[in-house]
Write a protein that binds this ligand. Structure first.
Ligand code: HEM
Length: 455
């Protein structure tokens, strides 16, 4: 691990961690630079070394950029690192689901939810993923103008509502989708604004909106759970799997716990997957060679049929497109931990309470791990090249005990959606750069408009 210094090193021993870092303002520390553009700030921190001290307001923090250290942070989560507490917007919407829960409660919930997202179960959701996309493709025609962000959000929402809640009637799906949209927006605003710093009792318009959305979600999910409990049919959705899950003491999830987990899966999986797809279309449009390689694979593997679950393993180039998209535009761009007693990283003691930050954005764009890091090259992930990539140099799904529960779900969904649509169409994205905005997920800064061309 290198700790080369950059310019303007802060001489104060404020962090107690003996590593270099940028100068900060009294009280505010480096908060203004972080707040202005967190992605650029993390890239700049990387210039100071692989372990850097900085201040988030009065709080002393450490930023790590080295894959080995990132691996230590991720694998030590829950043991010597805690995840920071989440804001009231998260808690109001997700309740005490697996993302919010900590310690033994989290362990129990994780073990109850995990079986419902295992590869065998994802196979049963794949037909809905491909089928919903085929329905969308049937509505597209040559020359049509589309807003890719809107199309991908609507499609992944349909898939999430169907696979998680088993809801298929348009009216139910719409009510649920609308409330989830409001909830997701408010969580994003809280995450990227000062909302999370306000005490829980302070009323704000955003908090009022989120309460209202949570009440709609409670009612909608309550109805769906009751319907599932009453019916005797075996349903192929996640909610049904959760209803039969039992913990090590033989106890089942309560209705409130089922509500929290299903909503958590929805919020955790919807925007992350839909943004990944927007970035994938953007990158494919700007890299005609990669697009040609993708369509060559789709024609070879699928011919004139639609993809299904078994094709996922054969569509290796499509998988690489998704992985390379997640490298350049990691929709979750930040993972942090708070040191408990005895925490160490890279052989350096982390005083209790130190917040350690790592950013997928900064490490994924480091030329030591990815030569010509700005270039979109799905070939990096080929069987012969992929093995050379350092562990934790790429961590879009996190890692360790809290690794994303939906990794397989998201990969299969993204590959099947790309396969259905790219087999039939080329999306000619309007010229001009689209820049990432780091809210809760990495969002395009504007609408991504395109013309659909039939192949
Ligand atoms: C491209 C899409 C996705 C990305 C980039 C992504 C990324 C991540 C990351 C980085 C974490 C760890 C966060 C941390 O340690 O602070 C995480 C956790 C999680 N993800 Fe995903 N995710 C995606 C899709 C999904 C999907 C589709 C689902 C559900 C079906 C899902 C459910 C979850 C859950 C429940 C957790 C919390 C796990 C725990 O704390 O034990 N994610 N995700």
């Amino acid at each position: 691990m290198s700790t080369e210094t950059g310019p303007a090193v802060d001489p104060e021993p404020s962090g107690h961690v003996p590593v270099p870092g940028p100068r900060g303002l009294p009280f505010l520390g480096n908060l203004p630079q972080f707040g202005k553009n967190p992605l650029a700030f993390f890239e700049k921190l990387r210039g100071y070394g692989d372990m850097v001290r900085w201040r988030f307001g009065p709080n002393s923090c450490v930023f790590i950029a080295d894959p080995e250290c990132i691996g230590e942070l991720l694998t030590e989560t829950e043991r010597t690192f805690d995840q920071p507490a989440l804001g009231i917007a998260f808690r109001t919407v997700m309740g005490n689901g697996v993302v919010v829960a900590r310690g033994p409660d989290w362990r129990r919930k994780r073990s109850l939810v995990q079986p419902s997202v295992r590869p065998k179960q994802v196979r049963s959701y794949a037909a809905t993923m491909a089928g919903s996309t085929v329905k969308l493709a049937d509505t597209w025609s040559d020359g049509q103008r589309i807003d890719i962000k809107r199309e991908m959000a609507a499609l992944t929402q349909k898939i999430a509502v169907r696979t998680i809640f088993g809801v298929d009637t348009p009216a139910d799906a719409e009510a649920m989708g609308r409330a989830m949209d409001v909830a997701q927006q408010e969580i994003g605003k809280e995450f990227s604004g000062i909302g999370a710093l306000l005490p829980d009792w302070v009323p704000t318009p955003g908090r009022a909106r989120i309460k209202k959305a949570a009440a709609v979600i409670d009612a909608e999910v309550g109805r769906v759970v009751a319907r599932h409990r009453d019916g005797d049919d075996e349903r192929p959705d996640l909610l049904s799997r959760l209803l039969t899950a039992v913990d090590e003491n033989g106890a089942q999830l309560t209705d409130k716990e089922i509500r929290d987990e299903t909503v958590t899966l929805y919020i955790g999986g919807h925007e992350t997957t839909s943004s990944t797809l927007v970035w994938a279309w953007y990158l494919l449009a700007r890299n005609p060679q990669a697009r040609a390689a993708l369509t060559e694979e789709l024609d070879r593997v699928l011919g004139d049929r639609e993809p299904e679950f078994d094709d996922y393993a054969r569509l290796t180039y499509a998988q690489s497109v998704v992985k390379e998209t997640l490298r350049l535009y990691p929709t979750i761009w930040l993972v942090t931990g708070v040191a408990k007693q005895g925490a160490r990283i890279g052989g350096v003691d982390m005083p209790e309470g130190t917040r350690v930050w790592s950013s997928q954005w900064a490490t994924h764009r480091d030329e030591r791990w990815f030569p010509e890091p700005e270039a979109f090259r799905p070939e990096r992930w080929d069987a012969e090249n992929g093995d050379d990539i350092a562990e934790y140099a790429w961590f879009p799904f996190g890692g360790g005990p809290r690794v994303c529960l939906g990794t397989r779900f998201a990969m299969v969904e993204a590959v099947l959606i790309l396969a259905v649509l790219a087999r039939r169409f080329v999306l000619e994205v309007d010229p001009g750069d689209v820049n990432p905005v780091p809210t809760l997920t990495l969002q395009p800064d504007r609408d991504v408009l395109a013309t659909v061309r039939a192949r």
